[in-house]
Design a protein around this ligand. Structure first.
Ligand code: SF4
Length: 410
C-alpha cells in the first residue's frame, strides 16, 4: 500500500470561530508522523464520482455511551476503554492527521457528545485545516438547544444520527433507553429546522444512520417516509447489522440477507422514484443484491455506500488486542481462530490502534466464503461480516461474473 501523502502546510483556518477553547495551555504530546503507521492498500475502494475526495480520519474519544443498543459492537466495554481520550492527546492527534493532508475528521465513541472536550476538539480541528468535521452520535444530548448550538458555532459541518426505529416502541426497545425516541426526534427536528433557516448550517449534511436488524428491517420503507416527511432529514443510510459485541451469535437480531434484500430494494425504489432523496446502504455483499441493481452502475454507485464512503483512517484506544482479528480466517490452507491482523498498527506509547477502515473491513472483520474465489467482483466487494458467517454459515453466496454486471472495466 502506498504511503500516505506527505503533508502540505495546513491551510488557514476555514472557520471563523477564533482560537481554540478549553485548556490551550496543555502541553502537546510528541507528534510522530502518521506515515508508516497506517497506509491504505491500493485500490481498496471502487472508483466513484460520488465520493467526497477529502481523506477522512475517525477518532474514537472513548467507549462510554449513554445508550445501550442491543446490537452495540462494543458490548460492555472495559473500564479503561470507557475513559476519555485526554485533551492533549486529542490535540496532538488532530495536528498529526491534518499535517498528513487529512481534511475530514469524525468524532465517534461510545458517544462523542459525552466527551468533555468535544467543542474544543471541533474548534481545534477547524483551526488546523479540517474543512469537514463530523460526529456520529445517538443525538440524545443534541436535544439541548444550547449544547447543539455550541457545537454548530464551533464549526461542526455534519451530524450523523444513529436512529433505528420510526416508533417509540421500536427505537426504545433497540436502544434500551425509555424516552429515547422523543429525545432524538427533538434533536433531529431542531437541527433540520436550523438548516432550513440557514443553509450554511451543517454544509456536509444531516443524516440518519439505521442499523438494519431482525427487529426493524420490515419497517424500512415506513422509516423512509417517517424520516423524510415527518422529521425533515433528506439523507438516510441503512447498514446491515455487524454481529459482534451484544449481537454476537444472535440469529434473531441478525436476519439472513435474503430476508432483508426485498425491503432494501423497496427502499431504494421509493427513495429514487417517490421521495427523490438520498438513500444509501452498506454491509451487503454484492452477490446478494438484486441482479438489476448490479447491472445499473449509476444507481449502484449512487446508493451502495461502499462507492460513496470517504477513504477513512481510524484511531482508537487499544491495549494491543486489536492486533488480532475477530472470528476465523482461512490462512494458507487451514482455518485460524483470531488471525493476526494485517491492517492494524499499534502505537504502544499512546495506547492507540490506527488502521484504514476499508482495509480493516476487507481483511480482518469480513470473511470470504469459498464462492468468493471464483467471483469477479472481488475488487468491489468487501465480503461478509464474520459474525454473519458464524451464525448462518458460508453457503448461499454465488460467484458473480463481470459480464452479468455493469462493472466490467471499472
Ligand atoms: S466476493 Fe464473495 S461475497 Fe462478494 S459478491 Fe463475490 S461471492 Fe459474494
Amino acid at each position: 500500500m502506498s504511503a500516505l501523502p506527505r503533508s502540505s502546510p495546513a491551510p488557514a483556518p476555514a472557520h471563523a470561530g477564533g482560537a481554540p477553547l478549553g485548556p490551550p495551555t496543555a502541553p502537546l504530546l510528541p507528534r510522530p508522523p502518521v506515515e508508516g503507521l497506517i497506509e491504505a492498500k491500493p485500490a481498496n475502494q471502487p472508483e466513484s464520482r460520488w465520493r467526497d475526495p477529502r481523506k477522512n480520519v475517525e477518532i474514537n474519544i472513548g467507549k462510554a455511551c449513554n445508550n445501550r443498543c442491543v446490537f452495540c459492537i462494543d458490548g460492555l466495554p472495559k473500564a479503561e476503554d470507557r475513559s476519555y481520550m485526554p485533551w492533549p492527546q486529542m490535540q496532538a492527534e488532530l495536528d498529526r492527521w491534518a499535517a498528513e493532508g487529512y481534511r475530514s475528521v469524525g468524532f465517534l465513541g461510545g458517544e462523542p457528545t459525552t466527551y468533555p472536550w468535544l467543542t474544543e476538539a471541533i474548534t481545534h480541528a477547524r483551526s488546523v485545516g479540517f474543512s469537514r468535521v463530523t460526529i456520529a452520535t445517538n443525538a440524545t444530548k443534541l436535544r439541548l438547544r444550547h449544547f447543539a448550538d455550541k457545537l454548530l458555532d464551533a464549526g461542526l459541518t455534519r451530524v450523523t444520527c444513529s436512529m433505528h426505529g420510526h416508533t417509540p416502541e421500536l427505537e426504545d426497545k433497540l436502544t434500551r433507553v425509555p424516552g429515547n425516541f422523543y429525545k432524538k426526534l427533538d434533536a433531529l427536528r431542531y437541527l433540520a429546522a436550523r438548516r432550513r433557516a440557514d443553509p450554511s448550517i451543517l454544509p456536509d449534511g444531516l443524516s440518519v444512520n439505521i442499523v438494519l436488524n431482525g427487529w426493524n428491517h420490515h419497517h424500512l420503507p415506513a422509516m423512509l417516509r417517517f424520516f423524510y416527511e415527518k422529521v425533515g432529514v433528506d439523507d438516510l443510510r441503512a447498514n446491515f447489522i455487524r454481529p459482534e459485541g451484544y449481537a454476537e451469535g444472535d440469529a434473531e437480531l441478525t436476519p439472513r440477507y435474503a430476508e432483508v434484500v426485498p425491503n432494501l430494494t423497496k427502499a431504494i425504489i421509493l427513495a429514487e422514484r417517490h421521495f427523490k432523496k438520498v438513500f444509501t446502504f452498506g454491509g451487503f455483499p454484492m452477490c446478494v443484491l438484486p441482479a438489476p441493481l448490479r447491472r445499473d452502475h449509476d444507481l449502484l454507485s449512487r446508493t451502495m455506500g461502499e462507492y460513496r464512503d470517504l477513504s477513512t483512517a481510524c484511531s482508537i484506544r487499544s491495549d494491543g488486542g486489536d492486533l488480532t482479528a475477530p472470528g476465523r480466517a482461512f490462512v494458507e490452507g487451514s482455518w485460524v481462530q483470531h488471525p493476526k491482523s494485517s491492517t492494524v498498527h499499534f502505537d504502544e506509547a499512546e495506547s492507540r490502534a490506527r488502521f484504514n477502515w476499508q482495509d480493516r473491513k476487507r481483511h480482518d472483520l469480513k470473511g470470504h466464503p469459498e464462492a468468493c474465489g471464483g467471483c469477479e467482483l472481488n475488487h468491489v466487494c468487501e465480503g461478509v461480516w464474520k459474525g454473519y458467517l458464524d451464525i448462518w454459515g458460508v453457503g448461499g453466496f454465488t460467484p458473480v461474473r463481470l459480464a452479468e454486471t455493469a462493472l466490467g472495466g471499472r
